[in-house]
Design a protein around this ligand. Structure first.
Ligand code: SF4
Ligand code: SF4
Length: 283
C-alpha cells in the first residue's frame, strides 16, 4: 500500500477544521453543547481560548488595554507561527483550502495559454501597506475592529453561524464566491498571497525566529536545471519557486510541503529544516 503523503495529512486536517466550523454552530445552538464554541476571530476549545492576533491587536489598541486572557489566546497562535511558520494558512484556514481547490480547478479547466495575472510587486509589501492602512483607520476613525471585516476565515465561519442560528444566508457567501471567482480567472491565489491582513502578524511572528521551520533546497541534489520550471514549482499553489526562496520570498511560503512532497520522488533536494536563514546567506 502506498504511504500517505504529507499533502494527504494536510488535506485531512484542513477538511476537518472546515467541517468543524460547520458542526460547531449546530452543537452550540441546537444541542446546547458548548465545549467548543466561537469562530475564527476567537474560539474556545475545552477551556482553551485561541484568538486571531489581528483582532486582539485592534481591540487592544482601541481600548488602550490588553486583557491577559486574550493576550495569551493570541500568543499561542503567534508562538505556533514563530516555530512552524505560517502553517495556519496551509494547514488550518478553511479559506486557504477553498482557494487551493479553486486554483486546482483553474489549472484543470483554463487553457494552458491563459497565463493569468502576473503581479511583480512584493506580496509582503502589499500586505504590510494594507495592514498599516487598516491599523491607522482603526486608530483614527473606527469604533469597532474594522479589519475583522477582511478576515476570510471569519467570513467562512460566519456563513454557518448565520445559517444555523439566524436561519439566513450571510452576505459572506457572496464575498467569498466573488473572491474565489477572481482567483479562478486570474489563476492566482490573490487573496492569500497579496491581500489577506490576517496573515501579516503571523508572518511577522515567524520572522522573529531565525530557527523556524522552513523549506531548504540543496542545489547539488537537484535533478532539474536552475532555469527550468521543475515539478516543485508547479506544485506550489502560491506560484513560488521553492528553489529560490530567498529571504523576501520565504515570507510568502506557508510551509504547506507540497513542493517537498513532489521532490521526494525526484532528487530529494527540498526538505523542511530548522536553519538560520541569515547564517545560511553568510556562508
Ligand atoms: S492568507 Fe488569510 S485567507 Fe489565506 S490562508 Fe492565510 S489566513 Fe487564510
Ligand atoms: S514553496 Fe513549497 S512549502 Fe512553500 S508554499 Fe510553495 S509549495 Fe508550499
Amino acid at each position: 500500500m502506498k504511504k500517505p503523503t504529507l499533502k494527504f495529512y494536510r488535506r485531512i486536517l484542513q477538511i476537518s477544521v472546515a467541517a468543524a466550523f460547520i458542526v460547531i454552530p449546530h452543537l452550540n445552538h441546537q444541542l446546547r453543547i458548548n465545549h467548543v464554541c466561537g469562530n475564527f476571530l476567537s474560539v474556545r476549545v475545552f477551556g482553551l481560548t485561541l484568538a486571531d492576533p489581528l483582532a486582539v491587536l485592534q481591540v487592544s489598541i482601541q481600548n488602550w488595554y490588553v486583557a491577559p486572557g486574550i493576550l495569551m489566546a493570541a500568543g499561542i497562535v503567534l508562538a505556533l507561527a514563530m516555530c512552524l511558520g505560517t502553517v495556519f494558512c496551509s494547514w488550518i484556514c478553511p479559506y486557504g483550502l477553498l482557494s487551493e481547490w479553486v486554483h486546482g480547478l483553474a489549472r484543470c479547466f483554463l487553457p494552458e495559454n491563459h497565463k493569468g495575472l502576473n503581479i511583480r510587486i512584493s506580496a509582503f509589501r502589499i500586505k504590510v501597506c494594507i495592514f498599516m492602512a487598516g491599523m491607522l483607520f482603526t486608530l483614527l476613525f473606527a469604533t469597532a475592529p474594522v479589519m475583522n471585516q477582511f478576515s476570510m476565515p471569519a467570513w467562512y465561519s460566519r456563513v454557518f453561524q448565520y445559517l444555523i442560528v439566524q436561519k439566513h444566508l450571510s452576505v459572506a457567501v457572496v464575498v467569498i464566491t466573488v473572491i474565489l471567482f477572481l482567483e479562478f480567472v486570474s489563476r492566482n491565489r490573490l487573496w492569500c498571497r497579496y491581500l489577506c491582513p490576517q496573515a501579516i502578524l503571523l508572518i511577522l511572528a515567524k520572522l522573529v525566529n531565525p530557527y523556524r521551520l522552513k523549506v531548504a533546497w540543496q542545489k547539488e541534489k537537484c535533478l532539474i536545471s536552475d532555469s527550468d520550471q521543475g515539478p516543485c514549482q508547479k506544485a506550489c499553489s502560491l506560484s513560488l519557486n521553492p528553489k529560490t526562496l530567498n529571504e523576501a520570498l520565504e515570507t510568502e511560503c506557508t510551509n504547506c510541503g507540497d513542493c517537498v512532497t513532489v521532490c521526494k520522488k525526484m532528487g530529494q533536494a527540498l526538505s523542511f529544516q530548522l536553519k538560520d536563514a541569515g547564517a545560511e546567506g553568510e556562508k
